[in-house]
Write a protein that binds this ligand. Structure first.
Ligand code: HEM
Length: 511
């Protein structure tokens, strides 16, 4: 059993000892699970459930080890919350596809309630009318091929600017640099141009500094395990007051930042231009929906908040992983450069020629397979009691699909721990990562079904483009004196990124 101290702040220890005493009086046995036919799992105690045994960090690797013990669907009781973990492609297809409606809702927690205004957004809202409306309204301005065609040149422009900066940066070429910050600026520009027709001048642009600070603090507070105790055990919630106030304070300043600097500006532009105005960027479409009475002004701001989180961080993490793996696998890198040279000759890497580069696409897929940024997908929830794999899933359970394990289980993949893009051109050549492609429930870094990632249509070309452009222009190597880039992971409630932002040296290749 884990030390309670590591799970709780010190001030909670007195009430905790009282609970522990109460709990020790009445251990429930695993028989109680079989009597109500819920999935197997460790024996739980009242009030705490399994929390003291399993701890806070319920990451994809830990949940895999539990699946090996309890099976492909198991249940953990975390205080007042039930967590159901699915680790098998057939059951995953039940949750995401066959019973997609039943399991199509989202659980929230005390912190996500604050960051989503109790589900006024799209990503974390319950399955129902509001979600359907939000997803429909967001699709046209963000998630269609027309959007890709409209913006691909601006993406390429932002990426070519990164290449130019690196070509002019002797230090990055010789000693190396942390590339993350420059890629972050590039991605903010890609997304903010699409969203608001706005961009940041440089990494020291005051608005860029504010936006990145607000968003990273939001992610830190939301993805931390620090607040689990108050979320799982309602009676401990008063101890969480300080944390929740910090979240509320951040959220109100952050939303005001988006509103005052971006949304209001677009409102003014639209009001001034009147009918002559053509809808220039995504938020103009969203404001039009607000004007038509379809959504509220709060919904508008939560759409902006969702894109800031869902679009930028996931894509940035994937870029960092891809680059790190290419540095650690120089043969893969050389082969990729060879493909680009053979297929494109002097032509630049552009969105319109990505389809001619199968090895580049395999590199992107292999990165997402080995390092899924959302390894457990965004948690799902059943609004009503449901059946899964012959078990009863209690109403309101948090249901996670261990997508990382489905993509890394040696029973289903040849040497899954190896970074080997070739697998997607050989034994796994039928496994797609394309919009509307054939679904393989072993490989779904973007999820599948109703709540799957609509951003896949943007993320895949953006990833392919930046990786292709960097490899074409530079030899990516570790900094002097370093052999391998550290690719250890750091996870949160459901996020996964590289633990140490890599220093990479970019040796220019003669144009
Ligand atoms: C490499 C990049 C990305 C990865 C790996 C990724 C992954 C995911 C995953 C796993 C989900 C949850 C699926 C589920 O619960 O079944 C999701 C949801 C979502 N993603 Fe992405 N995503 C990426 C990029 C993007 C981008 C670029 C955008 C927007 C421009 C975006 C917008 C969303 C939204 C709005 C949802 C919520 C969908 C819903 O609840 O209906 N994502 N993403």
């Amino acid at each position: 059993m884990l030390a309670a101290k590591s799970l709780l702040p010190i001030q909670s220890l007195v009430p905790l000892s009282i609970f522990l005493f109460l709990a020790s009086l009445t251990w429930t046995t695993s028989n109680s699970r079989s009597s109500n036919n819920t999935p197997p799992g460790p024996v739980s105690i009242p009030i705490f459930g399994n929390w003291l045994q399993v701890g806070n960090d319920l990451n994809h690797r830990f949940l895999t080890s539990m699946a090996n013990k309890y099976g492909s669907v198991f249940l953990l009781r975390l205080g007042a919350r039930n967590l159901v973990v699915v680790s098998d492609p057939k059951l995953a297809s039940e949750v995401l596809h066959t019973q997609g409606v039943e399991f199509g809702s989202r659980p929230r927690n005390v912190v996500f309630d604050i960051f989503t205004g109790n589900g006024q957004d799209m990503v974390f809202t319950v399955y129902g009318e509001h979600w359907r409306k939000m997803r429909r309204i967001m699709t046209l301005p963000f998630f269609t091929n027309k959007v890709v065609q409209q913006y691909r040149e601006t993406w390429e422009e932002e990426m070519d600017a990164v290449v130019e900066d690196l070509r002019g940066n002797k230090r990055a070429q010789e000693e190396g640099m942390v590339i993350r910050r420059r890629l972050q600026l590039m991605l903010y520009n890609i997304m903010y141009r699409m969203m608001f027709d706005a961009r940041f001048e440089s990494e020291s642009d005051p608005l860029f500094l504010q936006a990145t600070r607000f968003n990273s603090e939001r992610s830190r507070l939301a993805q931390s395990f620090e607040y689990n105790y108050g979320d799982f055990i309602p009676i401990l919630r008063p101890f969480l007051r300080g944390y929740l106030n910090k979240c509320r304070d951040l959220q109100s300043r952050r939303l005001a930042f988006f509103n005052n600097n971006y949304v209001e500006k677009r409102r003014k532009v639209m009001a001034t231009n009147g009918d002559r105005n053509k809808l220039r960027c995504a938020v103009d479409h969203i404001l039009e929906a607000e004007k038509n009475g379809e959504i509220s002004s709060e919904n508008v701001i939560y759409i902006v908040e969702n894109i800031n989180v869902a679009a930028i961080e996931t894509t940035l993490w994937s870029m960092e992983w891809a680059i790190a793996e290419l540095v650690n696998h120089p043969t893969v890198q050389a082969k990729l450069r060879g493909e680009i040279a053979d297929v494109l000759g002097e032509e630049p890497v552009t969105e319109s020629n990505l389809h001619k580069l199968p090895y580049l696409q395999a590199v992107v897929k292999e990165t997402l397979r080995l390092h899924s940024p959302i390894p457990l997908l965004v948690p799902h929830m059943n609004l009503e009691e449901a059946k899964l794999g012959g078990y009863t899933i209690p109403k309101g359970s948090k249901v996670v699909v261990n997508a990382w394990w489905l993509a890394n289980n040696p029973e289903w993949w040849d040497k899954p721990e190896e970074f080997r893009p070739e697998r997607f051109l050989k034994e796994e050549m039928d496994v797609d990562a394309v919009v509307g492609g054939k679904v393989d429930f072993r490989f779904m870094p973007f999820g599948v079904g109703r709540r799957s990632c609509p951003g896949i249509i943007l993320a895949l070309p953006i990833l392919g483009l930046i990786v292709g452009k960097l490899v074409r222009n530079f030899e990516l190597v570790p900094p002097p004196g370093v052999d391998k880039i550290d690719v250890s992971e750091k996870g949160g409630q459901f996020s996964l990124h590289i633990a140490t932002h890599s220093v990479i040296a970019f040796r220019p290749i003669a144009a």
